[in-house]
Design a protein around this ligand. Structure first.
Ligand SMILES: CC(C)=CC(=O)SCCNC(=O)CCNC(=O)[C@H](O)C(C)(C)COP(=O)(O)OP(=O)(O)OC[C@H]1O[C@@H](n2cnc3c(N)ncnc32)[C@H](O)[C@@H]1OP(=O)(O)O
Length: 257
């Protein structure tokens, strides 16, 4: 597929997707969604890829859903096409996905970052859910995911006032896993992704599935799910290799089997 709104590259075992609509600060339109899904699906199916990084430009990860594309929609348009539901497919990618956020991550941009497995932010990052200033509210998961990340009080503050959170506040609040100097963001994100990609892919995918399950179920069911997945890992060659490598004081050579 020829991509126009994203740039797709591989860096070793990492698939790198860069949002690329510089004139619109990477606003997320239907074409971006289609291309992002195609690229991430291609990485999902590529056995040489163990992790995916999604990033934007220095100024903007993404300044939101494309306001100009949606401004003239009617209620019936939005309802019949189940507007924004297509983004859920991105959350079904089973390989780990890291968001590397520099600059603005607003509205849908913040929501896309939260769909990833974790967020590494440049120290210039700004997160926000400013939809209220447009006469609407978050529609790509912000009211739900942001609340789970930062708690009710801060999520209400962000969604009701539309204010932005800087990188330091985002880290303190648990929205991002780490903050790095903006100039080193991509390098740090690729380093983290490469570290993940060097581990056993089935172990990584099961760990991702287990953490995600904690959002959807009770603690006792989640613990049971975790234990069952953990038990199943003793059927992996990679479990034998990982533990043998530890005992033999050498680096493990995982085969993703
Ligand atoms: C509604 C739901 C459910 C989800 C959403 O995501 S709605 C969108 C939420 N995001 C926003 O409201 C942010 C909108 N953008 C801004 O407030 C500003 O662009 C800024 C503060 C991020 C940056 O301001 P700056 O002055 O540096 O840059 P601009 O001149 O304003 O923007 C450059 C260029 O990009 C276009 N742009 C920016 N954001 C969007 C967007 N979300 N959708 C469409 N286009 C966007 C902006 O219009 C301008 O283009 P033109 O020069 O052609 O006007």
């Amino acid at each position: 597929m020829a991509y126009e709104t994203i740039v797709v590259e591989t860096r070793g075992k990492v698939g790198l997707i860069t949002l690329n609509r510089p004139k619109a600060l990477n606003a997320l339109n239907t074409q971006v969604l289609t291309e992002l899904l195609a690229a991430s699906q291609a990485f999902e199916e590529n056995p040489r890829i163990g992790a995916i990084v999604v990033t934007g430009s220095e100024k903007a990860f993404a300044a939101g859903a494309d306001i100009k594309e949606m401004q003239s929609k009617s209620y019936i348009d939005a309802y019949m096409e189940d507007f924004f539901s297509g983004w859920e497919a991105f959350t079904r990618i089973r390989k780990p996905v890291i968001a590397a956020v520099s600059g603005y991550a607003l509205g849908g941009g913040c929501e896309l970052a939260m769909m990833c497995d974790f967020i590494i932010a440049g120290d210039n990052a700004k997160f926000g859910q400013p939809e209220i200033t447009l006469g609407v509210m978050p529609g790509m998961g912000g009211s739900q995911r942001l609340t789970r990340f930062v708690g009710k009080s801060k999520a209400m503050d962000m969604c009701l006032t539309g204010r932005m959170m800087d990188a330091a506040e985002a880290e303190r609040s648990g929205l991002v896993s780490r903050v790095v100097p903006a100039g080193e963001l991509l390098e740090e994100a690729l380093k983290a992704a490469t570290k993940v990609a060097d581990f056993s892919l089935p172990a990584v995918m099961m760990a991702k599935e287990a953490v995600n399950r904690s959002y959807e179920t009770t603690l006792s069911e989640g613990l049971r799910f975790e234990r069952r997945l953990f038990h199943s890992m003793f059927a992996l060659d990679d479990q034998k290799e990982g533990m043998a490598a530890f005992a033999e004081k050498r680096t493990a050579n995982f085969k993703n089997r």
